[in-house]
Design a protein around this ligand. Structure first.
Ligand code: ATP
Ligand code: MG
Length: 576
């Protein structure tokens, strides 16, 4: 017998009206379909129907993780501060207010796990000693806790959510790359099996750190992330996206190079203001952005007026982990410039200690405009290669834009919105080094283990699936993650016996939910559409006259009458 239920005995509190606080379809529909209930901001209960879908996704993930040699375990959600502070990873302060902290009765500090790198590294460090015990791939399914600054969209961005987190431990970087690859491929299979339309994109490594990272994005207009994708399969977060460009060709190449000229521009500093004042287009401007790196260097980035800086590209070029804007005082005293009026000519000739990063598009401007490095003045007719008095580094330091060319194939990049459902990191030795996860190699000497970590937001996958697959009447489940395979909709009141028999028979092969409630057909059909089980079998009046029942397919709306003994055959052919 498969897992089958009678609806009259099942907790399925469906709701007619759209809940006011729900901004996106998945949030609305999960509440209306009786899948989830809110307990507090970002904290949700999963009712039986909702939890079944979570479990379906979980089982697919488990099969694929076991398939690549994963070992399931479970770690405590409560973690002692010691693992997170100086003696551990040092993240107790870095993680910031998202980490939910508390003290016990003895004033010992703890947090609720937002992720488990610290715990798993601790476990492996204290239990694995020899190269013979590696590689290892350990994983768990567990509620995670993050005090999100803006919990929203129901379970999509919650403060308590269900995650699959996996951690790999290898002897060498090459072995780790292989583990990374295995997990990456498993993720592709998982999301494909969940029936999702997704792309994997190169991503920033954020505060987990490490060397390589991909995000798996489900394509949906309601997604919080913006991604650049190409038909060749290339994909990246827009912040990270690389591109080829012919920007240099789109300046006024014909224009004759003119003499540098200082103009009085009192009180106007932004590109728009100066453009209006001088009656020029933003494309003529060289925007100057001044930063201090985390290791105390000063850097200037020059970007064309209509472009946006890619902090990622700049940080990468400058080998900086973090950058922040330079304060006005430093600009005046150390850089000998004027806040709001800085520009490439002055900064390159003042002798100040500053590294210069010039975007290629800005470098290509003929007779450009930028700050004159003194208050209320700008320079006109700047030609970077002629007028810069110090070495500068040229490259792509701006963000990609729709229509820029794919770095791999040269096709046009398209911008889409995505929901991040999974994230893979090649961590290297970031945790093994600070937490002393070492092994003795075959030469008898100690080495740091090489780690990777791999997360999937299991509950977010459920919401993302709904974002991709619903209509005005409700959810349309992809069959592999549907809470039940078949919904038996009993309309004929006198069909109890007939339905009971059919229910028993179908349950040998399918997970069946039997709507045996004493409600009007209208209510039952509405609920059937709302909860979105792919196959509905309607037992109406006809069952008595002809012995036939009606199969309705949720996705296409197709209907067909069949004799009960042929149902299984029909469904098999269809899923065939
Ligand atoms: P985001 O950028 O969306 O905040 P993240 O980078 O913080 O995600 P990870 O730390 O990589 O996320 O966590 C792994 C996975 O957990 C994510 O890919 C996502 O699917 C899921 N996830 C993260 N935060 C939440 C949340 N607040 N609610 C539900 N799922 C989440
Ligand atoms: Mg986050």
């Amino acid at each position: 017998m498969k897992y089958s239920k009678r609806l009259s005995r099942y907790l399925l509190p469906t709701v007619k009206e759209d809940p006011k606080e729900a901004e996106i379809p998945s949030h609305r529909l999960m509440i209306r379909a009786g899948m989830i209930r809110k307990l507090a901001s970002g904290i949700y209960e999963f009712l039986p129907l909702g939890w079944r879908v979570v479990k379906k996704v979980e089982n697919i993930i488990r099969e694929e993780m076991d398939g690549i040699g994963g070992q399931e375990m479970i770690m405590s959600a409560v973690q002692p501060k010691s693992l997170w502070d100086e003696t551990g990873s040092g993240r107790w302060y870095l993680y910031g207010p998202e980490l939910i902290r508390f003290t016990d009765r003895n004033d010992r500090e703890f947090c609720l796990g937002p992720t488990h790198e610290e715990v798993i590294t601790h476990i492996v460090a204290s239990n694995v000693k020899s190269y013979k015990e590696l590689p290892l791939l350990l994983y768990q399914f567990q509620m995670k806790y993050r005090d999100e600054i803006r919990p929203r969209f129901g379970i999509m961005r919650a403060r308590e959510f269900y995650m699959k987190d996996a951690y790999s431990f290898d002897r060498t970087v090459e072995d780790c790359r292989k583990s990374y690859e295995d997990n990456f491929k498993a993720y592709e299979r998982i999301f494909r099996r969940c029936g999702l339309d997704f792309v994997s994109v190169e991503a920033d490594t954020g505060n987990i750190g490490g060397q390589s990272s991909h995000e798996f994005m489900v394509i949906a207009d309601t997604g919080e992330e913006e991604i650049a994708v190409c038909r060749c399969g290339y994909g990246a977060n827009t912040e990270m996206a690389e591109f080829r460009t012919d920007d240099r060709a789109d300046g006024d190449r014909q224009e004759a190079v003119r003499e540098l000229e200082e103009v009085h521009t009192p009180g106007v500093t932004t590109v728009e203001e100066v453009a209006g004042f001088l009656k020029e287009t933003p494309k003529k401007f060289i925007k100057t952005l001044l930063f201090r790196t985390d290791d105390g260097r000063h850097i200037a980035a020059f970007i064309r007026g209509d472009h946006e800086l890619s902090e990622h590209a700049l940080k990468k070029a400058a080998s900086a982990n973090a950058i922040e804007f330079i304060d006005d005082d430093t600009i005046k005293k150390k850089l000998k410039s004027s806040p709001g009026f800085s520009g490439p000519v002055g900064l390159s000739s003042s002798g100040a200690a500053i590294e210069l990063y010039m975007d290629s598009a800005a470098a290509g401007i003929v007779n450009g405009i930028s700050g004159a490095d003194r208050k209320d003045y700008h320079l006109r007719n700047i030609n970077v290669r002629r007028d810069m008095k110090a070495d500068f580094r040229e490259g792509n330091f701006r963000k990609a834009r729709q229509g820029d060319l794919c770095p791999k194939c040269g096709g046009a990049l398209v911008f889409k919105r995505g929901i991040e459902v999974g994230h893979t990191f090649l961590l290297g030795t970031k945790y093994s080094e600070s937490m002393k996860a070492v092994f003795v190699n075959d030469q008898g000497s100690e080495e740091n283990m090489i780690m990777g970590c791999y997360g999937i937001g299991v509950t977010r996958v459920v919401a993302a699936a709904i974002e991709q697959s619903h209509d005005g009447n409700g959810i349309i489940w992809p069959a592999p993650i549907s809470p039940f395979d078949v919904l038996l909709v009993q309309i004929a009141r006198d069909a109890d016996e007939f339905c009971a028999e059919l229910f028993g028979k179908l349950s040998e092969e399918y997970e069946v939910l039997w709507d045996d409630r004493a409600l009007t057909p209208g209510v039952k059909f509405k609920d059937a559409q709302l909860i979105g089980i792919p196959v509905q079998i309607v037992i109406g009046k006809k069952y008595k006259e002809t012995g036939e029942v009606e199969i309705q397919y949720r996705k296409t709306g197709e209907k067909e009458f069949v004799r009960p003994e042929h149902i299984s055959e029909k469904l098999k052919k269809r899923s065939g």
